[in-house]
Design a protein around this ligand. Sequence first.
Ligand code: FAD
Length: 411
Amino acid sequence: MNAPLPAEMLKQHLIDPEICIRCNTCEETCPVDAITHDGRNYVVDPAICNRCMACVPPCPTGSIDNWRLMLREQAYSLEDQFGWDELPLEKPSPAADMPAAAEPREPQGAAASETQAPVFAAPGSVVPPWSAAHPYVNLYAPKAPVTATVVGNFRVTDTEMGSDVHHIVLDFGKQFFPVLEGQSLGILPPGTDAQGRAHFARQYSIASPRDGERPGYNNLSLTVKRVTEDYEGKPFNGVCSNYLCDLAKGDTVQVIGPFGSSFLMPNHARANLLMICTGTGSAPMRAMTEHCRRRIGQDENGKLMLFFGARTERELPYFGPLMKLPKDFIDINLALSREPDQPKRYVQDAIVERAADVAALLADEDTYIYVCGLKGMEAGVLQALSEVAGPQWDALHAKLREQGRLHLETY
Ligand code: FAD
């Protein structure tokens, strides 16, 4: 039981900077905006956090789940937390100095205790589909990463286009690195940042199915976009994406993870997959589609419907192989926003155009929805789904979320 704390005491919520992969999930999930970040660390404002726990289940690494009992006046400030490379050691419990009768208590009414049901601010599910296979997570952390060898690295977008996306195959040899479709991993780029601190890990979705990029091999693939400009369009070379895209066959990389325990595909027969993605958000969709493709003929697959957005056809990763998939296996809808002489079309436009078929899928209790790609797509996609579903959207949205049937991963 978590008894309430006296008002002068605080159970401070902290994020472990050594394990955090800076995925922004906690900041997005926090219903009271207590979490913020700088170029390096994610931090929790002790004056705002009410310990509602909404951010804890979605965190892929568990780095969010750190708590320190202390006197309120000694709480670590945001400035303290921004400066950390690792969590400070636990201080001796101030409860020990308190009168014996004074059990640590939370201030009345101010905070939810850990036993209270979480408040979910996120629009997507934080639980997996009921039938998803059990994932392994956090087998390797930054202090003890696993070494993988690059066995393939080639470009999957047209070489004449600005968008340079690479398909990178990593082999783990005899080391244990089990993954499921929808999971991700972290890459530790070598070298240090401007302050001389080791670069933090960057997260990448796994693009191959559970039995390997090559079936039966202990390997997996990633879909990595070379970052050459910042979000304002100013030239800027991203540390990890450039490192990965420049790797040669035989090079080794430091890997952590796997991560992710909710963006997983259903494991029961004839479940439908509604997949909506842009750019490298195609990686988990490729993994799920390939898993289903490998079982064609086994009477296992439900309906597969894909909405895939990019600026032009030539910037769609895996365009060629995708278009070769049998039409009765997957219903592919492309949405191109900068194709010359064509009106701009985004994934949300394509969803609304196919409203009747999307509505039929939404009405089916066996449909699971996956959205991955640019952060900006999320609101538009949810709006399009609500238009398609009509007045029952709010109830349906809540049900999809609760049942692990609506998964959003945008970055
Ligand atoms: P950094 O040196 O970290 O610089 C980042 C800066 O680059 C940003 O501040 C921004 O200004 C700019 N920028 C421009 N475009 C992007 C972009 N697309 N993403 C991030 N920053 C950008 N990336 C993939 O290529 N493939 C994936 O499958 C993939 N999966 C991801 C899954 C999750 C859950 C998350 C959170 C992120 C994922 N990313 C993926 C993004 C990836 O983790 C890195 O953020 C990205 O490769 C940029 O890292 P960097 O070190 O090259 O850039």
